[in-house]
Design a protein around this ligand. Structure first.
Ligand code: TRP
Length: 452
C-alpha cells in the first residue's frame, strides 16, 4: 500500500489481508495495553469492563461500519468525505474536531510511547532492576521525571516522522504483519504466567465481576471514551484508512474483526496486569503509571527477565507506531488534500505541532506536575478532552450523518459491494446509527455533567 503516495493519486491497499492488518494495527496499541488497564483500575474493574464491552458492540461496531462506508464510498479525507456527500451543509466542520483530537492524542501518546523506548533500552542495557519487588514505582519515577522523557518523546515523534515522510509504510506494514501476532503470543504467555500468581483470583474477580453499584456517570463516560479511543473512532481515522480499501473488502466483516481482535487484546492485557497488581500490593487506581510500574514485577518472575522485557517493550513500541502513523494521517491528508500542501510540508507541520504538545505532556510528570487546570495536568487534560469529549462528539456527528442524512442506498451499496454480497443487518445497523448511538452518547454526556 502507499499511504505515502503522491497526494493527487489515492493509494489502495494491495491485499485484503493488508487492509485488515493495517486497520487492526491502528486500533491495537497503547490504548489496549496501557490505557485500558489503567482506566479499568480507576473505574472499579468489572463495572467498567462491562460498560466498555457494551459500548464496543453497541456503538463501536455500528460506527466502524459508518466510517468505513463513508471513507471507501467517497475515497476522501474526513473533510472531503462530508463535503462530497452533503455539499449544501457545513458537516465537514466535524473534520476540525478530528484534527484537534488527533493532535491532542498524538501529544500524550508520544510521551507514553517514549516511556516504552526508555524501558526497552533500559532493559536491554541491564539498567532496569528486576530483583527487588519494591522498586517498580521508584524506577518509574526515576525514568520518567525531569527532562529525560522529553528526549524520548521526541525520539518517538522522529520515528513517526520518518515513517510518514519516508514512505516506508510498506516496511512497517510487513513488519507488523509478523510482529503483531508475535506480540499476541507474548501477551498470551504472560497471561498464562498470571495463573500462577498468588493474586490471580483477586485480580480476575476485580476485572470480570461487575459490581453494578459502581456504575457512575464517570465510569460510563470513561468506558465510552475508552471504546472510541481503542477502536480509533470518532476523528475520521478509520474513514481515512477505509478510503484506501479495495472494492472487495467486506466492510461489515472488517468492522467486526477489528472490534473483536481489539477488545481481545485489551482483555488479555487486563488478565496480565490485575493479578500482578494484587499479588504485589499495588493500588489498581495508580492511573497512567500503573502498567509501567507493574510490568517489571512480572518480568522479574521469568528467567532472563531483561530479555523478555526488552522484547515486550520493543513490540509495544512498534504497536504504538502503527497507531500514531494512522492518527497523523488525519492532519496530513487534510493539509495535502484541502490545503494542497506537499506531503513533506504537511508532515513537518503536523509533527512540529505534535512536538509542542508532546513537550507539555512529557513535562507533566516532572517540572510541570504542579501546573493543573481543573485538577488535571496537561497530560491528563489532553487525554480527557480528546477521548472523552472530542471522539464521542465526532462519533455522534458521524452516526447522525450516516443514519439520517446520506442516502440509504449508498450505505447499502458499500456494505454489500453493490449487491454482490448480502448484508442482512442493514436495518438494524441503520436503527443503531439513527437512534441508539446518538442517544446513548448524548445521555452519557448529560449524565456526566450532572443534568440527568
Ligand atoms: N486506537 C489506538 C490505540 O488503541 C490509538 C489510535 C490510533 C487512535 N488512531 C486513533 C485513537 C484515532 C483515537 C482516534 O492505541
Amino acid at each position: 500500500m502507499g499511504l505515502s503516495a503522491d497526494n493527487n493519486e489515492r493509494a489502495v491497499f494491495a491485499t485484503k489481508f493488508g487492509a485488515v492488518a493495517t486497520t487492526v494495527g491502528s486500533a491495537v496499541g497503547l490504548g489496549n495495553i496501557w490505557r485500558f488497564p489503567y482506566e479499568a483500575g480507576i473505574h472499579g474493574g468489572g463495572a467498567f469492563m462491562i460498560c466498555y464491552l457494551a459500548f464496543v458492540f453497541m456503538i463501536g461496531i455500528p460506527l466502524l461500519c459508518a466510517e468505513f462506508c463513508i471513507g471507501r464510498g467517497t475515497r476522501s479525507n474526513i473533510f472531503g468525505a462530508y463535503r462530497k456527500l452533503r455539499p449544501d451543509r457545513n458537516w465537514h466542520f466535524a473534520g476540525y474536531i478530528g484534527i484537534l483530537a488527533s493532535i491532542l492524542i498524538l501529544s500524550f501518546y508520544s510521551v507514553v510511547a517514549g516511556w516504552t523506548i526508555e524501558y526497552c533500552l533500559s532493559s536491554l542495557f541491564g539498567q532496569l532492576d528486576f530483583s527487588d519487588t519494591q522498586t517498580g514505582h521508584g524506577q518509574f519515577v526515576n525514568l520518567t521525571t525531569g527532562w529525560r522523557p522529553v528526549i524520548w518523546t521526541f525520539v518517538f515523534l522522529m520515528c513517526n516522522f520518518i515513517i510518514l515522510i519516508g514512505g516506508v509504510t510498506k516496511g512497517i506494514e510487513r513488519a507488523s504483519n509478523i510482529l503483531m501476532p508475535l506480540f499476541f503470543i507474548l501477551l498470551a504467555a504472560f497471561c498464562i504466567n498470571s495463573f500462577t500468581l498468588p493474586g490471580f483470583k483477586e485480580g480476575v474477580t476485580f476485572l470480570f465481576k461487575p459490581d453494578f453499584s459502581k456504575i457512575s456517570p464517570s465510569v460510563l463516560l470513561g468506558a465510552l471514551g475508552q471504546a472510541f479511543f481503542s477502536l480509533s473512532l470518532g476523528l475520521g481515522c478509520m474513514m481515512t484508512y477505509a478510503s484506501y480499501f479495495n472494492k472487495d473488502n467486506r466492510l461489515g466483516k472488517t468492522a467486526v474483526t477489528t472490534a473483536v481482535l481489539d477488545s481481545s487484546v485489551a482483555i488479555l492485557a487486563g488478565i496480565v496486569i490485575f493479578p500482578a497488581v494484587f499479588s504485589f500490593g499495588i493500588s489498581p487506581e495508580a492511573g497512567p503509571t500503573l502498567v509501567f510500574e507493574v510490568l517489571p514485577y512480572i518480568f522479574s518472575r521469568f528467567p532472563g527477565g531483561a530479555a523478555w522485557s526488552t522484547l515486550f517493550f520493543l513490540l509495544l513500541f512498534l504497536a504504538s507506531l502503527t497507531s500514531t502513523v494512522s492518527m497523523s494521517e488525519i492532519s496530513i491528508t487534510y493539509f495535502c488534500e484541502e490545503k494542497r500542501w506537499s506531503r513533506k510540508k504537511a508532515t513537518v507541520v503536523s509533527s512540529a505541532i505534535g512536538a509542542v504538545g508532546g513537550l507539555l505532556c512529557a513535562l507533566s510528570f516532572g517540572p510541570l506536575n504542579h501546573l493543573k487546570i481543573s485538577g488535571m495536568t496537561f497530560f491528563d487534560m489532553f487525554d480527557y478532552l480528546s477521548s472523552n469529549i472530542c471522539l464521542p462528539i465526532g462519533g455522534m456527528i458521524c452516526s447522525i450523518f450516516t443514519g439520517w442524512l446520506i442516502n440509504k442506498r449508498f450505505v447499502k451499496d458499500e456494505l454489500t459491494d453493490n449487491g454482490k454480497h448480502r448484508f442482512r443487518l442493514l436495518s438494524l445497523l441503520l436503527f443503531f446509527l439513527r437512534w441508539i448511538c446518538p442517544a446513548a452518547i448524548f445521555l452519557i454526556f448529560l449524565n456526566s455533567i450532572g443534568i440527568i
